[in-house]
Each structure stands twice: as C-alpha cells, then as structure tokens.
Design a protein around this ligand. Structure first.
Ligand code: GLN
Length: 401
C-alpha cells in the first residue's frame, strides 16, 4: 500500500541512485586530472577545454557549431532540468566534442521538452560527463588558460592519456569551418531548411535578399534575418565571390563558426573581393574574417568569452549592452587600418567587440546579437543591417582604394 502512494519524484530519485554510470576522467595538458561519471554515451574525445558561464541555454550551447573542437564545461551546477525541445536548436545536431556538468538532471520538467538531454546526446553519439568538480576546473582554466584535454570512459594510465592530449594539435591553425559548413546552398524558410531553387519567388514582404556565408551558422541568426523581412539564402563557406554575387544579394552576412580565424585565408580573400560591392555584416567568426579582410589580424585569448552576461560598451552612444558571447580569438585593434571605426569595447577586459567601415558598407561585432541564449540588448544590429542594405539597394557602393 505504502509503495502505491509514493510520488513520481521519490521513484525517480530511487532510479537515480540505481543508475549505474561509467566512471570518466578528464585529463588536461598540464597533467591535472578530474573525475566524474558518464551520464551520456561512452568512449574518448579530445578537444580544447573551455567553460561556459550561462545559467541557462545548454541546448543552444550544445548545438552551436562554433564549439566544434571543444569540450565544454558548464559552470551552472544543474544541467538537463528543462530537457530538449525542437524550437531551440541552433543546428541540426551537436558539433562539440564532449560536455561536462556538475550535476545532470535526468527528469526534465518543462512543457516544451520532448526528450532528455541524455537521450539527445546519445542519439548524436556524444559523451556527457557529470559529477566533475566544475568549479575547480574553471578556476584552473582561468589561471592557466584554455587547455587541450581528453575526456574518457576508457580509463587507463594517466600518463598514456596525457601523451595523447599532448599529441593533439589543439585549435590554433585549424580550419574547422570546412567540417561544419553546409555542402550545398539552401534557403531558410520559416524555420526550415529548403532547397535553394533559384527560380523560386520570395515570399510576400521579403524584398531584401541576404546571402549568409555559412561558417557554422547558428539558426537564430537566420531566424533574426527572416524576422526582419529578409529572404535568406545560405551558401557554403568555400563559395567564391562570383558564386555569392550570382545570387544577386542585397546584403551578405558572415556567420559565426569554429576554430582559428587565422586558418581561413580562402574565406578572407573572398570577403576582400566583395568589400564595397555588397553591404556586409559579420558576427563573431564573421567579425574576425572581416577584420582580416580589411588588413587586421587575430590572436588567441587566454580563456575566451563563453557566456551570456558580457558587458559591451557602444562607443558612440555610451550605452552598455549585456551580451551573449562564445569566442576564444579576437581581432587585434592595433592591426586595423586607421580609418576604420572601432565601435564597441568589452568592459571586462577591454578587448575590441565591434568595427565599422561605413565607406565600404561593412560592420561586424565579436558578440552574438542573435543571443540564443542570452539577453537581446544587441538585436538592434539586425535592424541596422537591414537599414544599411535598404539604403544601399540600387546604389553602387564605393570600391576599396
Ligand atoms: N562563435 C564564434 O564564431 C567563434 C569564433 C572563433 N572560432 C573563436 O573562437 O573566436
């Protein structure tokens, strides 16, 4: 009798205790070892270990293609509690290498949830580890910087694991864009991927065509462009300037994406060809590409910005935006041409967050105006882009000198 009155929560709690999970290890390149248990999947993955400070948004973090090549540890201690839903996907699947949380919640409670985090990660063949001391790990990464690491359930001698970590090349010099970009152009229509049929007429009210150079684009960038009334065509990152112009774009968006921005000379060269021919808006990796196209260079940050509360000051208005960020590299402001406007600064560490080249109809930001997750303080940038392409539509932009 007593058993029949037990609440679901009590039964679920018992199931948690009974859950048999494989022990897991994280070994960093400096020899630090952290212990946990796999809550999803098994096996061994290598990657750059970074921490994300968002208190929410784990689904968007998991599906953000910019995390390719990285093992992500969440600093917020309880992850999985609102499950996974079809609307918050930032890509079709998971690109990151491994996911680390302090405590995994296997019993999602949210009306939008369709599956648990564990089920989703396992359907994608990804390894998730819980019970690891994420606080100690984060403090280590803050002191020593982002490090290469190995996350494994195939426990063996730490020395052997350490050798593997040290043999892994890491992110610097890696073109990871080619692993996440689309293979063929596609059209984004009301939240779905559709064939890029050149003869198809745009939907009513969509009279600005934006071509998105897909370096690993987050779907919310496409949603935001569509919400501003743009027809959205997404093209592979290796598209040539002629291929891009063959779509007769009114504007070009350079997307976010994974890896080292200095390893993408072919994309930088394409963008250089397009400067002054079509209005350009760059986001994150797209900002780093634009920065290089105008003659600047990038460098690696110590541990990067991965979270949803980074304060950024807009120089012109003095307004501070709380922004969503995910990057490990930055544009070096001193490397940029003198006539280029530096529009935004990070108030935590003073790094450059935005540039504009009004004479060439181009601007970009290091942070994420599409948020997903995060505050929407910077969503005005999509309106600014639409305003720019509307004013330039029909006018020929000046060509670079
Ligand atoms: N979100 C992004 O576009 C990241 C850009 C780049 N891979 C970096 O880490 O800096």
């Amino acid at each position: 009798m007593r058993n029949s009155r037990r609440s679901n929560n009590e039964e679920q709690h018992d199931m948690t205790l009974l859950r048999k999970q494989k022990p897991a290890l994280l070994v960093l390149e400096d020899g630090c070892v952290f212990r946990g248990e796999a809550f999803a999947g098994e096996g061994e993955v290598l990657g750059e270990v970074v921490f994300n400070t968002g208190m929410t948004g784990y689904q968007e973090v998991l599906t953000d293609p910019s995390y390719k090549g990285q093992i992500v540890a969440m600093t917020y201690p309880l992850i999985g509690n609102y499950g996974i839903n079809p609307e918050d996907m930032e890509a079709a699947g998971i690109s990151l290498e491994g996911f680390i949380v302090r405590e995994y919640s296997d019993f999602p409670s949210n009306w939008r949830s369709r599956q648990s985090l564990k089920t989703f990660m396992e359907s994608q063949g990804k390894l998730g580890v819980e019970g690891l001391d994420c606080r100690a790990l984060t403090r280590r990464l803050r002191v020593s910087g982002a490090m290469r690491g190995i996350l494994t359930t195939e426990i063996q001698d730490v020395e052997i694991l350490l050798q593997r970590v040290r043999a892994y090349p890491g992110l610097v010099g890696q073109d990871l864009v080619r692993t996440v970009t689309c293979q063929e152009p596609y059209r984004w229509v009301r939240g779905s991927v559709q064939p890029a049929d050149r003869d198809r007429r745009p939907e009513e009210g969509k009279n600005l065509r934006v071509v998105v150079l897909d370096c690993g684009v987050k779907y919310n960038i496409l949603r935001c462009l569509e919400a501003e009334g743009c027809e959205v065509i997404v093209v592979p990152a290796c598209s040539s300037d002629e291929q891009i112009l063959s779509w007769s774009p009114d504007g070009l968006l350079l997307s976010n994406g994974p890896g080292d921005p200095a390893a993408l000379p072919y994309i930088v060269a394409t963008v250089r060809q397009l400067l002054g021919k079509v209005p350009i808006f760059g986001i994150c990796l797209g900002h780093q590409i634009l920065g290089q196209a105008v003659g600047g260079r990038t460098e690696k940050l110590k541990f990067g910005h991965h979270g949803i509360n980074q304060p950024v000051k807009h120089r012109l208005s003095g307004r501070v935006e709380i922004t969503s960020q995910n990057h490990g590299f930055v544009v070096v402001p001193e490397s940029l041409p003198a006539d280029l406007e530096k529009t935004h600064d990070n108030l935590n560490d003073g790094t450059s967050e935005g540039i504009a080249y009004p004479s060439l109809g181009a601007f970009s930001v290091q942070y994420h105006p599409e948020a997903a997750p995060g505050p929407q303080d910077a969503s005005y940038l999509f309106k600014q882009f639409v305003k720019l392409i509307t004013s330039e539509k029909g006018n020929k932009l000046r060509t670079p000198s």
